[in-house]
Design a protein around this ligand. Structure first.
Ligand SMILES: Nc1ncnc2c1ncn2[C@@H]1O[C@H](COP(=O)(O)OP(=O)(O)OP(=O)(O)O)[C@@H](O)[C@H]1O
Ligand SMILES: [Mg+2]
Length: 379
């Protein structure tokens, strides 16, 4: 049934999303993590060899008692090739139950993926997985496609970062791209520290997945952190109970809004990165006056880290405070915005069928990736 259907694959720093072009959302999502049964922390070089080692992928890596070392092979870009190859193999064969010999692969790249990374991806896809065709594109542009626009400011806040990318009529305005290291991961880390100080059993790194789940369930963005704090001091009404690994009851108090506050106030945990509202403001200021209104009217919020309840309302408030009151803006939020890069990949596949964007196996074998129409069409 899916014999020659394009597959869209997005291996992000926190999760891998995979599915067919005919799927309306990714068919499967699992953590981009591999757990080795040996402790590798003494190995310094990030691409150390692991071929002989036993491993578990995805949720199993967190659950298996045999795992001694958790490795995340993607961080802004692919940092451990042997591990990501194992993860892709697992994604195709064990999760999608497909041998990709006949399926074109559309792959989402993180923003900072380089030409060397693209070469290596092509090598693995064509030479190891023997795929017939390949298409690569970077995450923020795909997010814009998913919003069915060609003009807008993409504000993508994912696990590893927050990036602001203005695009006008399909063309990126490169000098106005703004970036910060604050993403879902930094928020989870902050929450982990706060809860670890309260409940020492939560301190070990192996509980980071548990903390991430707690964050998704109980954290939210407040409209005004100072006021929210007073509310929490006055009443216990907004505290949330949760089950600690020991079986005892834990309580989340002001950590609920304090952790995500980091997006709007990175200094809270000592980061010098700019808050998200400042990134947007600086990006806009770098764009030509004549297009600013159109861009401001299309602020596209996407990435898993924007899913916190209250995120959009708070950003709206912060931008209102920063921008002149005569300036109008509109933040667009969408269902499934955590899957936006994947959904944009699906749209690009549609477009690639009508044009000739795919890099075929034959073209690759004849002249490598330099013949690929997608190379550098974004940057
Ligand atoms: N409902 C939610 N509320 C808050 N945060 C969430 C929610 N769902 C997911 N997240 C967070 O979003 C992040 C994952 O987002 P996303 O899937 O966009 O990142 P990624 O593609 O894995 O990573 P990257 O693009 O940075 O390489 C994680 O940090 C996760 O904790
Ligand atoms: Mg991503």
């Amino acid at each position: 049934m899916h014999l020659d259907q394009p597959i869209i694959l997005d291996s992000g720093s926190s999760s891998t999303k995979i599915g067919f072009k005919s799927d309306s959302i990714p068919k499967d999502v699992f953590p981009t993590v591999i757990g080795y049964t040996e402790d590798l922390s003494s190995l310094r070089h990030s691409d150390f060899p692991v071929y002989d080692l036993e491993y578990y992928i995805g949720e199993k890596a967190f659950n298996s008692k045999r795992v001694k070392h958790l490795l995340y092979p993607v961080w802004n870009r692919i940092i451990h090739w042997e591990s990501i190859e194992k993860i892709w193999h697992y994604a195709f064969f064990d999760r999608l139950h497909i041998n990709p010999n006949y399926n074109p692969i559309m792959m989402v790249e993180t923003f900072y993926s380089s030409k060397e990374q693209q070469e290596k991806i092509a090598e693995i896809m064509f030479e190891i997985f023997c795929v017939p065709k390949l298409l690569l594109s970077k995450s923020p542009l795909l997010c814009l496609y998913a919003s069915e626009r060609t003009t807008g400011i993409v504000v993508e806040s994912s696990a590893s970062m927050t990036i602001v990318v203005p695009v006008y009529k399909g063309t990126i305005i490169p000098h106005a791209i703004m970036y910060s290291n604050i993403g879902g991961y930094t928020i989870t880390k902050y929450l982990h520290r706060m809860l670890g100080n309260k409940y020492s059993q939560l301190k070990p790194q192996k509980f980071s997945y548990f903390i991430d789940e707690l964050k998704k369930k109980h954290c939210y963005v407040s409209l005004n952190a100072e006021r929210e704090k007073k509310v929490f001091m006055k009443t216990k009404k907004f505290n949330k109970k949760f089950l600690l690994p020991s079986g005892e009851i834990g309580i989340m108090e002001e950590e609920r809004f304090r952790a995500p506050e980091l997006i709007f106030d990175p200094l809270l945990d000592g980061y010098n990165d700019e808050p998200i509202q400042q990134l947007i403001l600086r990006s806009i200021k770098k764009c030509d006056l004549t297009i600013r209104n159109e861009l401001l009217n299309n602020i596209i919020l996407c990435g898993g880290n924007t899913l916190f309840h209250g995120f959009c309302e708070r950003l709206d408030k912060e931008l209102n405070l920063l921008l002149d009151e005569k300036i109008k803006f509109s933040i667009k939020t969408f269902e499934n915005r955590d899957f936006f890069p994947w959904l944009g990949g699906r749209i690009l596949c549609e477009y690639a069928e009508k044009t000739d964007l795919w890099l075929s196996r034959k073209k690759y074998l004849d002249s490598g990736i330099d013949s690929a129409p997608f190379i550098n069409y974004f940057l």
